[in-house]
Design a binder for this molecule. Structure first.
Ligand code: NI
Length: 182
C-alpha cells in the first residue's frame, strides 16, 4: 500500500472523462483501491475518486459516517450514512425533485469550500473490487458525497456545480464569517 499524490485543480486528469473498468476484480484495481483508501484516510477526506490520484478509471471510495444528521428516526438515518465503500462503474439515479445546498470541500482544491446545491435523494448502483453488486438509496450528506465523487469521473469539480461563486471561500475565512458552521 502507498499514499498517492493528489492532483490539484488545473491538472488535466481532473477534467477528463474516466474510463469504465472492464474487470473490477483485477489485481491492478485491488491495488489502486487499497492505495486510494490509504490516501483518503491519510488526507482526512470523506471521499476520493481515481482521477484525483492521476488514474482515469471509474473508481471512487467514500464514507458517510453517522453524526451529521440530528432529529432523524433510525430508519431515516439509515439512508444518510454509509460505511467505507468502494464503488466501481457507478450509476446515479435522482429520486424526486428535492434539492439541498451544502458546503463541500475537495482534496483537489485544498483550503477551499463552496456552497453547492444538489439533488438530496438518489439511488446509486455499481460493483466493488470483490465483484459484489452495490445498490443503495442515499440522502443528505451520503447523497452529496456520492454525487461529488462521481462528478470527478466525468471531469467535473464542485465549483462547476455552484450557482453563486461568491460562496467559494477559504476555510480559514469560513471560521470567522460562518459562525453557525463548525
Ligand atoms: Ni473532490
Amino acid at each position: 500500500m502507498a499514499i498517492l499524490k493528489i492532483a490539484r485543480m488545473g491538472h488535466p486528469v481532473l477534467a477528463t472523462v474516466a474510463e469504465a473498468v472492464s474487470d473490477p476484480t483485477a489485481p491492478e484495481v485491488r491495488r489502486l483501491v487499497a492505495d486510494m483508501l490509504e490516501t483518503m484516510i491519510d488526507a482526512n477526506g470523506a471521499g476520493l475518486a481515481a482521477p484525483q490520484v492521476h488514474v482515469p478509471w471509474r473508481v471512487v471510495v467514500f464514507q458517510a459516517p453517522a453524526g451529521r444528521e440530528e432529529g432523524l428516526s433510525e430508519e431515516e438515518r439509515f439512508d444518510h450514512t454509509a460505511p467505507l465503500t468502494v464503488l466501481i462503474n457507478p450509476e446515479i439515479e435522482v429520486i424526486g425533485e428535492a434539492r439541498e445546498a451544502g458546503w463541500e470541500g475537495c482534496l483537489s482544491l485544498p483550503g477551499l469550500q463552496g456552497l453547492v446545491e444538489r439533488p438530496s435523494h438518489i439511488r446509486y448502483r455499481g460493483v466493488d473490487h470483490e465483484g459484489h453488486r452495490i445498490e443503495r438509496v442515499a440522502k443528505g450528506f451520503h447523497a452529496r458525497v456520492v454525487q461529488h465523487e462521481c462528478d470527478h469521473l466525468d471531469g467535473v469539480l464542485y465549483p462547476e456545480r455552484m450557482g453563486d461563486l461568491k460562496k467559494l471561500i477559504f476555510e480559514t475565512e469560513a471560521r470567522h464569517w460562518l459562525p453557525d458552521k463548525e
